[in-house]
Design a protein around this ligand. Structure first.
Ligand SMILES: Cc1cc2nc3c(=O)[nH]c(=O)nc-3n(C[C@H](O)[C@H](O)[C@H](O)COP(=O)(O)O)c2cc1C
Length: 191
């Protein structure tokens, strides 16, 4: 009973905020943002960044896109991290197996990456090199295992040609999603 009541309150909060997002009057900040076409693109190796991407999607109503690659990693954690370390040092760019249909239609791209060795993953770098993001606003969201933002947003900014990268990106430990609504509300996405 308590569970049902809690989930009712939760869905009221979620749907209530979505409605506010969609129906805010033109001219105010959220109103302007809601008229922009939003893409939420992310790479996730173990699920944390995917969870954050889904939370952003639920709040903004944007289109969700998973950056995938057929590039494989060892099953064991340590060899996997060592391979990733070498790839980052070598500037390796894996071939992507998913494709955004029409990137030109989007004004705002939320772009998610796990923190790997202090930077964004090679798959996210491949994404940045695969699309023309010129003139778009790119909003980073980073998940990490305790190291925080490190060089992730700096490197994403350097690799994003011609785009405006929001420096107040999301940086959260693991799959944390609490605080996402406040973060989105605080973004100055309209120039
Ligand atoms: C290859 C590799 C390197 C990592 N390097 C870091 C790091 O430098 N700093 C950090 O805080 N977390 C690091 N982590 C932890 C991940 O950033 C964290 O678990 C993240 O939330 C994973 O996201 P995902 O589940 O979407 O793949 C690393 C994880 C992996 C697999």
């Amino acid at each position: 009973m308590k569970k049902i009541f809690l989930s009712m309150i939760l869905s009221l909060l979620v749907f209530g905020s979505n409605e506010a997002f969609a129906q805010a009057a033109p001219g105010d900040e959220m109103g302007n943002v809601s008229q922009q076409k939003i893409l939420i693109a992310y790479y996730s190796y173990s699920g944390n960044t995917a969870a954050v991407a889904k939370a952003i999607q639920a709040k903004t109503g944007g289109d969700l896109f998973e950056i995938k690659s057929d590039h494989a990693y060892p099953a064991e954690y340590r060899p996997m991290t060592e391979q990733a370390k070498k790839e980052i040092a070598d500037g390796f760019r894996p071939k992507l197996t998913t494709k955004v249909g029409n990137i030109a239609q989007y004004d705002i791209v939320f772009l998610g990456s796990p923190n790997w060795w202090g930077t964004i993953t090679p798959q996210v770098s491949s994404f940045l090199e695969s699309y023309d993001l010129n003139g778009k606003t790119v909003v980073p969201f980073i998940t990490h295992g305790g190291g925080g933002v490190q060089n992730t947003i700096r490197d994403m900014t350097a690799q994003c040609k011609g785009c405006r990268v929001e420096q107040n990106g999301w940086t959260g430990y693991g799959s944390r999603t609490s605080g996402i609504q406040d973060w989105i509300d605080g973004l100055k996405l309209v120039p």
